[in-house]
Ligand binder design. Structure first.
Ligand code: ADP
Length: 638
């Protein structure tokens, strides 16, 4: 509808559609004052408002635009975009106004429908994920428990495959959920202080074994000068990096993967460049623009045996951007690819990730050759430590060590005796014992792959794991003096060890019988005595009578749900008024942590229960004096 008014705001002419508001087809409306133009069904307040706006435009000669709703008796609400502009002549004089009323009701209705569809899609996904997670908890938990029983090789292999498939299914559910959250603009970031070392170690814990199983070498090249403690959403940073590294493992049939982190300080921030370089299949130039679109997988012929959803990079890109960063990549088809996450992070503590206490005193002998030793050599250069390499091959070594007098290369300026020696599995135990007698005051560390080291318990030297972390190397080099007999560095790049507890009783509440059993058996592995309850009512009865050290309570239960159980326990002066309560839940869609905390609980564990997560919860909430340190092991790092 287009209306033209003169300088006295009298109607001059209008489009035919205006009849919808005037309803006077056969009457001459010209020179009718604006307030009297519209039919009586049109809301009088709106007519008043529109008259005021036209007068305003006439006075200021500035156009106005706004969205409005118009009530017309007997008709559905009219949604309109309204524009009122001044009508200027050649000399710039204002001759009147032009008012355009654009009916956008259908658009608004379509938008509402789309919003409702998005809402029900999210609700559907949340419910579906909940429904799938509950049985997945049983599958994953029971197979993990099964793996701990005596099994023959074939059975063990089956169980391993069940766990692997369960994990990949959970991965897919998580991806789909994340994607739907990003799609609905509901991605939540939780920035908090974190340790960069721990982040890298955890990432390697996920990736190292996969790379090794595929025969790929994984190298780390991490600038030791980057601040050790940063502020950011470490879980999301980890998610992006794990995705980039998993892709590198997936799309590299042979060769190596290098994970590189560099940092540039900028005031209270550090700009991190975290890149993953592989020697894999590469990406064709014409496919490169598709990589970050949802559900898009490229070069399907080459990659036909590789599983994927095509969601990983779309999610990573959205997460990187939400954190104020971006992802870039370069690739040579058939040769290599490099994906880089550029990410600014706030610095919590400027102390560097790794540094030597007395670099001038350290002299390192790198024994056995290969790319892994070259990688270690580069780290020593970064750390400012003197080193020498010796014995490029196993035969070489045997020959050199076989001689009566061994000429080890001099090391450093001034040359001093070796303080540390790092050797690979290329060096045999016979040569090593000979060397130990020659280098009396030297500390030894074996550089081992995760797979080998599992098969080789009881070594006398420190064990450093591949991929070698500059932080672990530094820890080893900062220990001086004679070696100890215990395996002194238990790297946290492997699965966290399971602590044992003494005199701990837990109450576990879940209406699902199998999940109840899984949780009970898992807690038994920690030496925790467990009482079970199959519903809220039974739980409350037990909690009234007995004191527990910790309660694990399912959220959704048919009789009394977990939230009500918590409220009841917290509001009565029973024996468990202050006992830590941990929610067990398959609902991981929304920001559930704050939800459970508000409900009076202390923590939550998602289903399927992750054993590292359970370890964390038990360590955090049970009194430290109830932890029994297993014999012969030292305090864990990290
Ligand atoms: P997915 O791996 O689940 O298919 P992504 O979104 O992570 O999904 O990756 C999208 C596509 O990008 C992959 O299907 C693959 O074709 C390609 N791609 C990703 N990373 C690499 C890589 N490192 N080397 C070669 N191709 C890659």
């Amino acid at each position: 509808m287009i209306f033209l008014f003169n300088e006295d705001l009298e109607y001059i002419i209008g489009s035919r559609a205006c009849n919808r508001l005037t309803r006077q087809k056969h009457v001459d409306l010209s020179h009718r004052p604006l307030p009297l133009l519209f039919c009586k069904e049109v809301d009088g307040l709106w007519v008043e408002k529109i008259s005021r706006f036209n007068a305003e435009v006439l006075r200021t000669r500035e156009a106005v635009r706004f969205h409005d709703t118009i009530l017309i008796e007997g008709e559905p609400l009219l949604h309109a975009h309204i524009t009122i502009s001044p009508m200027l002549d050649d000399s710039g004089q204002c001759q009147g106004t032009i008012m355009a009323v654009n009916d956008v009701s259908e658009l608004v209705a379509a938008q509402r429908r789309a919003e409702e569809a998005a809402k029900s899609k999210s609700a559907f996904l949340a419910n579906m994920s909940h429904e799938i997670r509950t049985p997945m908890n049983a599958i994953k938990g029971l197979s993990e428990l099964l793996a701990l029983t005596p099994l023959n090789l074939t059975q063990r292999n089956y169980v391993k495959n069940i766990v692997g498939s369960a994990n990949s299914l959970i991965g897919i559910i998580n991806d789909v959920l994340d994607f739907s959250k990003i799609d609905a603009n509901r991605i939540e970031l939780l920035p908090a202080p974190y340790s960069l070392h721990k982040l890298i170690a955890e990432i390697c814990g996920v990736i190292a074994l996969r790379a090794e199983e595929k025969g790929l070498a994984l190298f780390l090249d991490i600038d030791p000068a980057i601040p050790a403690r940063l502020i950011g959403d470490d879980a999301r940073v980890k998610q992006v990096l794990v995705n980039m590294l998993s892709n590198a493992v997936k799309y590299t049939p042979a060769g190596s993967i290098t994970f590189r982190i560099q940092g540039t300080r900028r005031d209270t921030f550090v700009d991190l460049d975290m890149s993953v370089e592989d020697t894999g299949v590469g990406i064709k130039d014409e496919d490169q623009h598709k990589l970050f679109s949802a559900f898009s997988r490229v070069d399907l012929l080459t990659n036909k045996r590789i599983q994927g959803t095509g969601l990983g990079l779309a999610i990573s890109k959205a997460l990187a951007e939400a954190m104020g960063g971006r992802i870039s990549f370069a690739s040579d088809y058939g040769k290599d690819s490099t994906f880089t996450l550029h990410l600014p992070q706030e610095v919590e503590d400027p102390a560097p990730l790794a540094s030597l206490e007395e670099p001038e005193r350290v002299r390192v002998l790198l024994l056995g050759g290969g790319a892994r030793m070259q990688n270690a050599a580069r780290m020593l250069e970064d750390l400012g430590a003197a080193y020498a390499t010796f014995g490029e091959s196993a035969i070489d070594l045997a020959r050199l060590l076989g001689r009566a007098a061994i000429d080890l290369p001099p090391c450093g300026d001034p040359p001093l005796p070796y303080t540390h020696c790092v050797y690979t599995d290329a060096v045999g135990e016979r040569e090593m014992s000979r060397l130990r007698t020659i280098l009396e005051d030297c500390r030894f560390a074996a550089l081992r792959s995760i797979i080998n080291s599992m098969e080789e318990p009881g070594r006398r030297d420190t064990v450093l794991f591949n991929p070698l972390l500059v932080t672990e190397l530094t820890k080893f080099l900062n220990r001086s003096g004679r070696r100890t007999s215990a395996r002194s560095i238990a790297s946290d790049t492997t699965v966290a060890p399971r602590p044992q507890f003494r005199d701990v009783s837990a109450l576990v509440v879940d209406d699902n019988r199998i999940n109840l059993m899984v949780c009970e058996k898992m807690l038994h592995l920690y030496g925790v005595a467990v009482t079970t309850a199959s519903g809220g009512r039974e739980a409350l009865a037990l909690a009234c009578e007995n004191k527990y050290d910790i309660l694990f309570v399912d959220h959704m239960m048919p009789d009394i749900d977990g939230i009500e159980v918590t409220e009841d326990i917290r509001s009565h002066d029973g024996p468990n008024k202050r006992t830590p309560i941990v929610a067990l839940t398959a609902n991981v869609v929304n920001d559930m942590r704050s939800f459970y905390l508000q409900a009076g609980m202390d923590d939550f564990v998602g289903k399927p229960i992750d054993r590292n997560e359970l370890t964390r919860v038990l360590k955090q909430w049970l009194p430290p004096e109830k932890i029994v340190q297993p014999m012969g092991t030292q305090k864990q790092i990290g």
